[in-house]
Design a protein around this ligand. Structure first.
Ligand code: CIR
Length: 251
């Protein structure tokens, strides 16, 4: 049976120049970031994913946050037109790999989109309207899916998925103070105000940021298994667990 693939990219020597809302106070320890990235890859492999690991791209400090380069729907992957100039060159080398597995299309340059703003659920796709993603992206994405594509205002934090993750079984983990929640009312909520809001659900297993034990307990009560992963060096650059991979489910 075809396996789910995770595309990842290791941090390089320039990772401590990644964009950050708090780097001045908390410099990144690159050696530690590399070790944490290896543990992240091990966790994905233990879950049963095939991991395709790209070499670091030193001219792009934010390159380990591969999620922002690509959105994957069922039968198509879409190259994201990133708004942030320093991140625009990250896509091509990763898209070259993804194209070996799935058809890829580009969105028009009038759309600004980071993959971290796209929350895909069974029935609907939610798109964060954030400092990185505009309404044009919502309209452009809608052309590639039969699901309704719904804009959600991001009030605080970088992306929509900084503050909400979908686990499956109609359950989301979210920080309701950071996003406009009206369109998310039909889900069952696990509330948090911390890093737990960005977690990565692969089937029945949820990777959650180390130390989010209360949220992990609540997630397990809903029938999932959890595994804590330490990504503190990536959190210093406003990244979370989903940011570090592009997940391609083979169907
Ligand atoms: C940035 O500001 O673009 C990076 N430092 C963090 C990107 C995190 N990506 C994500 O949440 N999908």
């Amino acid at each position: 049976m075809a396996k789910t693939i995770a595309f990842v990219r290791s941090p390089g020597p320039s990772f401590n120049e990644a964009i950050s809302s708090n780097l001045k106070n908390q410099p990144i320890d690159i050696k530690r970031a590399c070790l944490q990235h290896e543990s992240y890859i091990s966790a994905l492999k233990e879950i049963g994913l095939d991991v395709i690991s790209l070499p670091s791209a030193d001219e792009y400090p934010d390159a380990p946050f591969v999620e922002d380069t690509t959105v994957v729907f069922d039968h198509i992957a879409l190259a994201c037109p990133n708004k942030e100039k320093s991140r625009r060159g990250e896509g091509p080398s990763i898209h070259k790999e993804i194209k070996k597995h799935i058809t890829m299309k580009a969105l028009p340059p009038s759309a600004n989109l980071d993959g971290g703003d796209v929350l895909n659920t069974e029935e609907k796709i939610f798109v964060g309207i954030s400092s990185r993603t505009n309404l044009e992206a919502v309209n452009s994405l809608a052309k590639f899916t039969t699901k309704p594509v719904i804009p959600v205002k991001v009030i605080r934090g970088l992306h929509l998925k900084t503050s909400v993750s979908y686990l499956g079984n109609n359950i989301i983990v979210l920080d309701p103070s950071s996003i406009e929640t009206t369109s998310l009312r039909t889900f069952k909520w696990i509330e948090t105000n911390g890093h737990a809001a960005n977690c990565l659900a692969i089937g029945n297993i949820v990777l959650i940021s180390k130390g989010c034990t209360e949220e992990a307990d609540k997630i397990r009560l809903k029938g999932f298994k959890t595994r804590e992963v330490d990504i503190s060096e990536f959190e210093k650059a406003d990244g979370g667990l989903t940011c570090l991979s592009i997940i391609l489910k083979k169907i």
